[in-house]
Design a protein around this ligand. Structure first.
Ligand code: HEM
Ligand SMILES: *[C@@H]1O[C@H](CO)[C@@H](O)[C@H](O)[C@H]1NC(C)=O
Ligand SMILES: *[C@@H]1O[C@H](CO)[C@@H](O)[C@H](O)[C@H]1NC(C)=O
Length: 549
């Protein structure tokens, strides 16, 4: 069993323990002198405890301290419970972290999710835990004789890579997404002003279109209120990830139980209905399992002989939550930025209008989705929102002693590269008048001269040009573990924005809390999601909008 020792906080008689530890700590401090061969460490007022508490409970404060520390050296260490943690930054170190190396392991963390989020049965958990053959086609040293059917990491990676990550399948998924999302938008009355909240739009219409495109319509036929179960689950995922004792988080555990039970029912029913030898087995899309991607994932689950409990867990978390938990808040932030700045909204709308073709006879408009992906300003908005609102602790473990910044870190050290440090690096992203802490749609736009070949006139045209390098911007992680959904996510987010701004006139009405009551301030990031990918806004935006076509 994996338990994340780092969160096993002392539960009994805390003040007494604290006093004792503090005494010992002060004594040790008097003896301890900084060692030039050891990496700098974040000071721990109460060793092993105060940093742990802050890390778990006050991320902003902890990160601020870490940010200060890495100004001097691109590494800073701390203890999280009994574990050695190191926060690393800087282009070379980030690059090293993403490199495939037998000295760096990331499966340790996936195992935590396999246990706490997939809730894999013990036998299935053991399959992953004992598979040391890696994700590459060539098995790791010492595992050459392991049959392919028992190479769980590799075979899963192969499915995700082929059916989710390649352009062909990502684009197919996006095409179906576009079809469903347009359909939902067109349910709004044409030519009539109505009210809408942005998070409401994203959490329901966008998420539903993504689920239907990916997993089919049958799931919603069985569970019309699926999203009302999914979003409360989203709120407790981070808590559940570290597997707190069930008695402490009863509500969270119950939400998870309900969701997994509903998905389990769907999984059984879908498998009974589906004809694996019929023509739909390799269809682009069909109602029962949806996309080729999800159908192949189901096939892999069956071939790996995973229990129903595990299959339901994979479908619930990787299949449904992973699909929406990041794209939805990212798209919501982007739309909120556009609505707040009507000039920017107009500029994006003009740009998007160049990606439509209109049939001269029927007047029917078609969005050229490939063209949408190349629009500079829309792409710049997408990147700016990812930069600001993806907060991911990219985490790897050192299996052997590891050299970083000239220091040798002990084996079993945990290395973390928080996107929040690199994505806010002023020397990379800051522009006069537009610090990295601020949203600025034009941060990654460069104006270049373009000559009209006929008239010879030149004019300034915008180009998308990323200000940072891949080591300054890694919202999707990196290396072999990089998010396989990133191409689909990009298309999904850009297409959604393109459809919304071109189909609707939109005006800002006000900020509100999620219970519908007014808020006197705009949203901040909802810190309970920090470190686990996209961070949603803690307030919603109410708009009035009118569908034009
Ligand atoms: C803006 C949207 C998204 C963001 C920011 C995001 C981010 C991430 C990150 C940071 C990782 C871990 C990478 C690492 O440790 O190096 C990841 C993994 C993953 N993501 Fe995404 N993701 C997004 C959308 C999606 C979508 C739409 C899907 C599915 C269609 C998806 C499926 C997955 C899967 C299956 C993994 C696990 C991959 C593995 O372990 O092999 N993601 N994502
Ligand atoms: C991510 O790291 C920060 C500190 O860098 C910490 O406060 C936070 O709890 C971590 N979050 C997760 C989900 O690991
Ligand atoms: C910020 O960027 C500069 C330039 O690439 C780099 O040298 C430095 O290490 C970065 N700082 C952090 C904290 O990532």
């Amino acid at each position: 069993m994996v338990s994340f020792e780092a969160v096993e906080l002392p539960r009994v008689s805390f003040p007494v323990g604290l006093a004792l530890v503090a005494g010992v700590a002060i004594a040790l401090r008097l003896l301890w002198r900084s060692d030039p061969n050891k990496p700098p460490m974040l000071s721990d007022v109460v060793p092993y405890i105060s940093n742990t508490y802050q890390y778990m409970g006050n991320m902003d404060r902890f990160l601020a301290r870490a940010k200060e520390a890495v100004k001097l050296k691109n590494i800073v260490g701390f203890h999280l419970g009994p574990k050695n943690f190191f926060i690393i930054t800087g282009p070379q170190n980030i690059q090293a972290l993403f490199r495939t190396s037998p000295h760096i392991d990331f499966e340790v963390f996936l195992l935590i999710a396999i246990e706490s989020l997939w809730r894999a049965s013990p036998e299935d958990y053991a399959k992953f835990k004992n598979d040391k053959s890696g994700r590459s086609a060539t098995p790791a040293k010492g595992c050459e004789n392991q049959p392919e059917s028992k190479r769980y990491w590799y075979t899963l990676h192969r499915v995700l890579h082929k059916y989710l990550e390649t352009t062909q399948y990502a684009t197919m998924l996006a095409r179906h997404y576009q079809r469903f999302f347009s359909e939902y938008l067109e349910q709004r009355p044409q030519g009539e002003w109505t009210e809408q909240t942005i998070m409401g739009l994203m959490k329901y219409d966008m998420a539903k279109a993504a689920i239907v495109a990916s997993l089919g319509t049958h799931l919603f036929d069985m569970h019309p209120n699926l999203l009302d179960m999914a979003w409360p689950y989203d709120e407790v995922l981070v808590t559940l990830l570290f597997k707190p004792p069930r008695w402490l988080f009863r509500r969270a555990a119950r939400i998870q139980d309900n969701f997994h039970a509903a998905i389990s029912k769907y999984f059984v029913d879908a498998n009974e209905r589906f004809d694996w030898n019929g023509p739909d087995a390799d269809a682009d899309w069909e109602p029962i399992f949806g996309s080729r991607y999800f159908r192949e994932l189901v096939k892999w689950m069956k071939a790996s002989e995973l229990s129903l409990q595990t299959c339901a867990g994979i479908t619930s978390t990787t299949g449904i939550m992973g699909l929406n938990a990041n794209s939805v808040p990212v798209c919501a932030w982007a739309l909120m930025e556009l609505v707040q700045d009507q000039e920017l909204l107009g500029a994006v709308r003009d740009e998007v209008s160049t990606a439509f073709t209109t049939d001269p006879e029927t007047g029917k408009r078609t969005l050229d989705s490939q063209k949408v992906l190349t629009l500079p300003l829309l792409q710049a908005v997408y990147v700016e929102v990812l930069r600001m609102h993806v907060s991911m602790n990219i985490t790897r473990a050192a299996t052997k002693p590891l050299e970083v910044e000239g220091y040798t870190l002990p084996a079993q050290s945990i290395l973390q590269a928080p996107t929040q440090i690199s994505h806010y690096n002023e020397s990379v992203w800051g522009v006069e008048g537009h610090p990295a802490t601020e949203f600025w749609a034009y941060r990654n736009i460069k104006y270049v001269e373009e000559k009209n070949p006929e008239t010879g006139e030149t004019k300034q045209v915008p180009r998308f040009e990323m200000r940072g390098r891949p080591t300054d911007f890694f919202p999707y992680g990196g290396g072999i573990a990089i998010c396989p959904g990133r191409h689909f996510a990009k298309q999904e987010i850009m297409l959604s924005l393109a459809l919304i701004v071109s189909k609707f006139e939109i005006e800002f009405l006000g900020w509100e809390k999620f219970d519908g009551s007014p808020s006197d301030r705009p949203p901040k990031e909802d810190s309970k999601y920090a470190g686990a990918a996209a961070v949603p806004p803690d307030r919603d935006m109410r708009v009035r909008w009118k569908r034009i076509w």
